[in-house]
Design a protein around this ligand. Structure first.
Ligand code: AKG
Ligand code: FE2
Length: 323
């Protein structure tokens, strides 16, 4: 298995043609992934499946999207927290983002179309084709990662199938405004995501930093073929605390346009511990809960960190069941 370490985060080659279940390559990748997630809650997937042409088209379309009038963008609302439009705010003045939600079920063009119709009522086919194609490639990576992870813990494939069947995705675009002279360069305060995995794919301007277990913050490399997988609160619960949710933040150090895309995976049923991961050394830590209720809970109960609802911590509300 070709694996290399870029700044302490292992890289797994998702384009390796030998990366197929039951091969040595697969086994070794699954072990690397498991130890990376248990150590620091993140790893890089390297992939050439998103061509430079597709990535550039996505970035250009995002630019058009963010250039729309504020009133138009505000119309992207959602009953689910984190799925709507976030405009620049006093608490996060550099941050702007908007999500395309694939309500229930896999990535599909109809959902992108529904989003595009809000932004461009006369339709925008190229946007729909491109974003759908891009989201599908990230969805495939998410599914491969989950299959690798289930295998790493020796779990039955059917458990993974069942998690994938109840997965809902959200594709989010992030725009960071360049800080003015005396403005802070904090794009997004440190937080964990509520998802199972979030896959982050940056343009060529660095900004995301992850916190290692040692407490050290390190930069995430902005290479077009590198996709950062970040473990979120739901994966922490699923793993019964074997995996920690990865703390990350965004710092805009360069006076350049930073753009990023993220695919978030949620559960449209209940988030629960994988039963096989409960044993004497790992007693049951969490009750099952509805993922979207959890998002609403995070929104209601802020911690001291300022900013939009992404900043709330899970530990406060994930009830301990060690009674
Ligand atoms: O801008 C990025 O790449 C990361 C954004 C992020 O972490 C979030 O919105 O949860
Ligand atoms: Fe995040």
């Amino acid at each position: 298995m070709s694996s290399l370490i870029v700044s302490q985060i292992p890289v797994i080659n998702f384009s390796d043609e030998n990366l197929k279940p039951s091969t040595e390559t697969w086994f070794s990748a699954s072990q690397i992934m498991r130890s990376a997630l248990e150590a620091n809650g993140c790893f890089y997937a390297m992939s050439n499946k998103v061509s430079a042409e597709l990535h550039n088209s996505v970035l250009a379309l995002m630019e058009e999207l963010f250039d729309l009038p504020l009133e138009t963008k505000r119309q992207k609302t959602s009953d689910k927290p984190l799925h709507g439009y976030y405009e620049q705010s006093p608490l996060a003045p550099l941050y702007e983002s908007v999500g395309i939600d694939f309500d229930v079920g896999p990535v599909n063009k109809e959902a992108v179309q529904k989003f595009a119709n809000i932004m461009w009522p006369t339709g925008y086919n190229q946007f729909c084709e491109t974003m759908n194609q891009y989201a599908k490639l990230l969805e495939e990576m998410d599914q491969t990662a989950k299959r690798l992870l289930f295998d790493a813990y020796g779990l039955d494939k059917r458990h993974c199938d069942s998690l994938l069947e109840s997965t809902s995705y959200m594709l989010r675009s992030f725009k960071y405004h360049i800080p003015q002279n005396n403005e802070s360069n904090c794009g997004l305060h440190d937080h964990t995501d509520a998802s199972y995995f979030t896959i982050l794919h940056q343009n060529n301007v660095r900004g995301v930093q992850v916190k290692l277990r040692s407490g050290e913050w390190i930069d995430v490399d902005p290479l077009p073929s590198l996709f950062l997988f970040v473990a979120g609160d739901a994966l922490k619960v699923w793993s019964n605390d074997r995996i920690q949710a990865c703390e990350h933040k965004v710092i805009i150090k360069e006076k350049m346009k930073r753009r990023s895309m993220g695919l978030f995976s949620f559960n449209n049923k209940m988030v629960q511990i994988q039963e096989e991961l409960i044993d004497e050394d790992h007693p049951k830590r969490y009750k099952s809960f509805d993922h979207y209720e959890y998002l609403r809970f995070r929104e209601k109960f802020p911690t001291e960190a300022p900013g939009p609802p992404v900043f709330f911590r899970c530990d406060v509300i994930m009830q301990d069941e060690r009674t």
